[in-house]
Design a protein around this ligand. Sequence first.
Ligand SMILES: Cc1cc2nc3c(=O)[nH]c(=O)nc-3n(C[C@H](O)[C@H](O)[C@H](O)COP(=O)(O)OP(=O)(O)OC[C@H]3O[C@@H](n4cnc5c(N)ncnc54)[C@H](O)[C@@H]3O)c2cc1C
Ligand SMILES: *[C@@H]1O[C@H](CO)[C@@H](O)[C@H](O)[C@H]1NC(C)=O
Ligand SMILES: *[C@@H]1O[C@H](CO)[C@@H](O)[C@H](O)[C@H]1NC(C)=O
Ligand SMILES: *[C@@H]1O[C@H](CO)[C@@H](O)[C@H](O)[C@H]1NC(C)=O
Ligand SMILES: *[C@@H]1O[C@H](CO)[C@@H](O)[C@H](O)[C@H]1NC(C)=O
Ligand SMILES: *[C@@H]1O[C@H](CO)[C@@H](O)[C@H](O)[C@H]1NC(C)=O
Ligand SMILES: *[C@@H]1O[C@H](CO)[C@@H](O)[C@H](O)[C@H]1NC(C)=O
Ligand SMILES: *[C@@H]1O[C@H](CO)[C@@H](O)[C@H](O)[C@H]1NC(C)=O
Length: 401
Amino acid sequence: MANNIAFCIAMAFIVLCSTVSTQAQYNLPEELAKKLNRNNETLSIASTDYGNIFHQTPWAVLEPSLVSDISSLINYSNSLSTPFTIAQRGQAHSTKGQANAPHGVVVNMTNFKRYGSRISVPHCDVNSETGCYADVGSEQVWIDLLRKTLEYGLTPLAWTDYINLSIGGTLSNAGISGQAFRHGPQISNVLEMDVITGKGDFVTCSKKKNSEIYYAVLGGLGQFGVITRARIVLGPAPTMANQEYLVSYSKRNETIIADFVQGMIILNHPPVDLSFYQESDQQRINSLITQNDLIYYVEIVKYYDNTTQAHIKEDVEYLVKGLNYIPTFRFERDNTYEEFMNRYGGIRALDRSPSASNPWLDMLVPSSRILDINEGVYKNIILKNNITGSTYLCFPVNRNK
Ligand SMILES: Cc1cc2nc3c(=O)[nH]c(=O)nc-3n(C[C@H](O)[C@H](O)[C@H](O)COP(=O)(O)OP(=O)(O)OC[C@H]3O[C@@H](n4cnc5c(N)ncnc54)[C@H](O)[C@@H]3O)c2cc1C
Ligand SMILES: *[C@@H]1O[C@H](CO)[C@@H](O)[C@H](O)[C@H]1NC(C)=O
Ligand SMILES: *[C@@H]1O[C@H](CO)[C@@H](O)[C@H](O)[C@H]1NC(C)=O
Ligand SMILES: *[C@@H]1O[C@H](CO)[C@@H](O)[C@H](O)[C@H]1NC(C)=O
Ligand SMILES: *[C@@H]1O[C@H](CO)[C@@H](O)[C@H](O)[C@H]1NC(C)=O
Ligand SMILES: *[C@@H]1O[C@H](CO)[C@@H](O)[C@H](O)[C@H]1NC(C)=O
Ligand SMILES: *[C@@H]1O[C@H](CO)[C@@H](O)[C@H](O)[C@H]1NC(C)=O
Ligand SMILES: *[C@@H]1O[C@H](CO)[C@@H](O)[C@H](O)[C@H]1NC(C)=O
């Protein structure tokens, strides 16, 4: 059994602590008050998130229709002797209350969707190094951006695995998936943003303009301002994706570069989702897992289109050549690019919060310590204690991205 994993990811979900004001009677400006929702049902939705661990009721939910509504809310709060907590909420796939505002106001960013799609037609600037980009409302979800840009033969470059997440929500974290080793996380692929700061100012920022705000907000866990628009880098879209699943992967000649690399660890505990594989293969994989307690596999994807189709098989052989894996445990599948990107779409368990608590932990691990994680965590904690029901993913990332 190969056991040389060379990588792992990270990005920490930091729990946000908020000052809690007691139940208050606020004397809001009428225009603002009209946009606050205090219905039981709405407050109850806003009191929790995908993790289903943290439950605290906000005082109200703001349903903005204009960007200035958010600014008005912040200004109003700042005018009080004890300002209330404000948190912006996208798809609420946070797992520990990051998009919640106990006793304060949750800004429902998704409400902007009722006022049009806010995804601009992609723009390509042939005379600048900027290339192609799309301007997108931060409430929009990545799957909708993908579908829109594909109409123009373009696509964002950096992704998360599950892509029904809001632009503002993932840009507040990092946005990491199997493309990160080539393109960096999503926050490395943003040209410009509109942000409302904690002082209620509306600011356009980029690497050159208001750069302090730009760098603070990206990966800023929602604490440095509300993103209202982001300009996302696009590249040419391939039409197809060839997925290879291999047991093990090691560092090698990368003249022909994969487009996506993801590692997964499967432990001898249910549930193991093997739906990718044929039924007969599922049985073989299950017995491999039973025999070994722990298996490592790697998914490598090479994108192609009708101009590169002729040599896709050769390219894939090249990528796979020299890897240390069990030859009879190599599996392959071709999908359209869109099918591949949305491979976790429509999985009910991912679309909505489960009834049980659902913690997720992401960490960035230097490659020099990855074997320690393997021994110390996978073998000596998880395996030894028979901890079941979890998924363990690894993504290679390059520091310079
Ligand atoms: C099933 C599942 C799979 C996931 N897969 C991946 C993955 O493969 N890769 C990865 O990197 N991450 C992944 N994540 C983590 C995910 O990227 C983050 O939880 C992300 O924040 C979710 O986006 P959201 O729209 O649900 O954000 P929310 O949970 O709504 O918000 C997250 C944070 O961003 C803030 N925020 C939201 N909108 C804005 C805005 N417009 N401006 C400023 N701040 C804002 C919120 O206040 C909060 O602090 C996954 C999470 C789950 C539950
Ligand atoms: C809903 O709110 C009303 C007051 O507006 C309250 O009397 C009632 O108990 C609440 N119901 C639930 C289920 O919380
Ligand atoms: C936010 O708004 C959307 C769209 O109107 C709605 O579907 C969702 O339930 C709202 N969420 C909260 C917490 O109010
Ligand atoms: C909120 O206050 C800021 C800072 O004074 C100001 O620039 C902004 O216009 C105000 N917003 C609104 C909607 O009045
Ligand atoms: C990588 O592969 C290419 C193409 O086969 C070859 O030209 C090159 O010498 C190789 N590089 C290394 C470092 O092996
Ligand atoms: C390749 O695909 C594009 C659209 O993706 C199409 O316009 C073009 O005609 C195709 N070329 C060939 C040679 O099939
Ligand atoms: C995204 O998730 C929402 C629930 O937040 C769901 O209503 C919607 O159908 C999902 N969209 C897609 C494209 O899967
Ligand atoms: C884990 O399961 C094995 C086999 O079923 C059992 O022998 C062992 O005691 C269990 N360990 C713990 C910590 O429960």
